[in-house]
Design a protein around this ligand. Structure first.
Ligand code: HAS
Length: 552
């Protein structure tokens, strides 16, 4: 009965729900660490039991930035694929294999961090060295995610064979683009972990080439941010229109935006390394130009969202320049949370463009401005959209319905989150402009006059962090309520229809060979010469640097 209306069978729901559990447990652990960090940075709080600042910073970054996101995304995408193109029992088995491999990897890495043997932050920059099990754990997380990639590829392939000449469902197309991008970019991080970090951490290799490791990391690190963003865009393009009572603005435009992400999101990693010596400035310049190219699909998305809202409003009879804004379902959390995420993306995206501009990057690089940037992009735009998705997805998976109580709590949670983030991310941006460094346990720098300018903002961060922690507690309550307490029933799996009477989507948009080919050529162009140069002109490698336990 439930399967008929939501289109998800019980076994499909169980699989996606397993990923949701890890997501929300991660939210609790990672969020608590974030709260502790902001308290330490006020200068008035010391961590108990010899726990180190960099230890909790690593837990925070790894659990929220890598674990929560990857589990939510893969679980959500499995649900989308099951709904749109179906999932065979064999594919589901592989889906479970991906879950367990990722979970074992996560647990192994988390144990090492908690034991104080991997306080290397989520970027695990060399020459900071972690226990080899930390790197093995990360490898398993990647391998598990690759299993999910191939399940998704297989699902679409099978559907296409059974529906010759038809366009793939938009959401399935988007999932496959995201997983293709993920697969290509994780090859970089897998290479540095397997070839450089693991032998080095086992003591088989005395030294590590730092620039090679960071270049391979950022080859992965920037597409990683779009791996987080694209599932939010899936919801914006194909789910929100249904929630507001409209249709997708343009199927072709949505597909084009996703293809542009595939092509342009990878050959841009140097914009994270603009201040690093050893990379030819010409290649940095080329990758900055490509970075500005990857802004285009986000601008297309902004245009498409405004068009969706306006067309739907006018169809409902709202007139005037901005009259159509009134039709939006402001009291429906499934719309309100992602919409506020969109609004936050306007300043967040502008911040990204500042970061990418070479001269301005000199001002903000390695300051807490960058931390402010990713709390606005990832922790506001993306996470608020993920929360918004959870308000219908979790009830769909548990066979319950979103009720008035959870809707009101969800609205409250969104507002608490926005207020908390306004203080925390706002303070980070401002302190960063005054030069306050990121990744630092210190607050007063032994009474330095310059650091005194930052203290007020550090209090602002602690106030924001505390409000955000309240937001986390509300969200966890909501998750438990939707899982165990909400009234039983059939919740809608909202997927919008494509517009009628428009030009058909061009077939070339599904020419996978063409798009993968262009992606590979562009990566080869942007990376081959500088990478060979980096290897040929390397300075001596570095021996490992390890934190003592209690790494304050
Ligand atoms: Fe970034 C650093 C550049 C987007 C995440 N970024 C980071 C780091 C993270 C991160 C985690 O070039 C730190 C990494 C570390 O640990 O060192 N970023 C960009 C650029 C974009 C960008 C150009 N970043 C993101 C997104 C992230 C993310 C998205 C996570 C999800 N970022 C950088 C650079 C650095 C960096 C440098 C390195 C800094 C350094 O020196 O270390 C672009 O993709 C942004 C484009 C976005 C837009 C906005 C479009 C707006 C839309 C909303 C429309 C609203 C509507 C509703 C319709 C152009 C789509 C409005 C309705 C109303 C009624 C108002």
């Amino acid at each position: 009965m439930i399967a008929e209306k939501t289109g998800l069978s019980k076994p499909d729901s169980k699989l996606a729900m397993a990923f949701m559990w890890v997501t929300f447990i991660s939210l609790l652990i990672g969020g608590l660490m974030g709260l502790l960090q902001t308290l330490v940075r006020t200068g008035n709080f010391t961590l108990p039991f010899g726990i180190g600042y960099y230890q909790i910073l690593t837990v925070h970054g790894v659990i929220l930035g890598l674990v929560l996101t990857t589990f939510f995304i893969i679980g959500f995408q499995f649900a989308l694929m099951a709904k749109t193109v179906g999932m065979t029992s064999k594919q589901r088995k592989y889906g479970w294999a991906s879950f367990w491999v990722m979970l074992i990897g996560t647990t192994a890495s988390a144990i090492m961090i908690l034991l104080g043997k991997a306080s290397v932050l989520y970027t695990f920059y060399a020459p900071l060295k972690a226990h080899p099990i930390f790197y093995f754990g990360l490898t398993l997380v990647i391998v598990g995610s690759w299993i999910a990639c191939f399940v998704n590829f297989r699902q679409l392939y099978k559907w296409k064979k059974e529906h010759p000449g038809e366009h793939s469902p938009l959401l399935a197309f988007m999932v496959v683009i995201n997983m293709l991008m993920w697969f290509i970019c994780t090859l970089g991080v897998a290479a540095t972990v397997l070839i450089q970090f693991i032998p080095w951490s086992l003591g088989l290799d005395g030294e590590i080439n730092i620039l090679v490791s960071r270049t391979l990391f950022w080859y992965f690190g920037h597409p990683l941010v779009y791996f987080w963003l694209l599932p939010a865009y899936m919801a914006w393009y194909a789910i929100l229109p249904k929630i507001i009572g409209g249709k997708i603005f343009s199927d072709s435009l949505a597909r084009l935006a996703f293809i542009l992400f595939l092509i342009f999101s990878i050959p841009v990693g140097f914009h994270h390394q603009l201040l690093e010596p050893g990379i030819d400035p010409m290649w940095k310049y080329i990758q900055v130009v490509l970075t500005f190219a990857v802004v285009i699909p986000s601008l297309l998305t902004a245009f498409s969202m405004f068009a969706t809202f306006e067309i739907t409003g006018r169809q409902k009879g709202y007139t005037g320049l901005f009259g159509w804004l009134r039709h939006l379902p402001w009291k429906d959390v499934r719309f309100f949370a992602p919409f506020m995420g969109m609004v936050a993306f306007i300043p967040a995206g502008a911040g990204g463009i500042i970061n990418a501009s070479n001269q301005m990057n000199q001002v903000v690089h390695n300051t807490i401005w960058v931390t402010g940037h990713f709390h606005l992009t990832l922790a506001t735009t993306v996470i608020l959209t993920f929360f918004g998705i959870s308000y219908w997805l979790v009830p769909v998976l548990t066979g319950r319905k979103i009720d008035k109580k959870i809707n009101t709590l969800g609205m409250t949670q969104t507002i608490v989150w926005l207020v908390g983030m306004f203080f925390m991310s706002g303070s980070m941006h401002l302190a960063g402009l005054l030069g306050a460094p990121r990744r630092s346990a210190f607050s007063e720098y032994q009474g330095s006059a310059q650091a005194a300018e930052w203290i007020g903002y550090q209090y602002g961060q602690a106030i924001g962090g505390s409000i955000l922690f309240i937001g986390i507690l509300i969200m966890l309550y909501n998750f438990f309520y939707m899982t165990f307490k909400a009234p039983k029933g059939v919740e809608e799996f909202p997927i919008a229809a494509s517009p009628t009477g428009t030009e058909p989507t061009p077939l070339v948009l599904e020419n996978w060979r063409l798009w993968i080919g262009i992606t590979v050529v562009l990566i080869g162009f942007a990376y081959t010469i500088p990478f060979v140069d980096i290897i040929q002109n390397s300075p001596p490698g570095s021996p490992p640097f390890e934190w003592p336990i209690g790494n304050n």
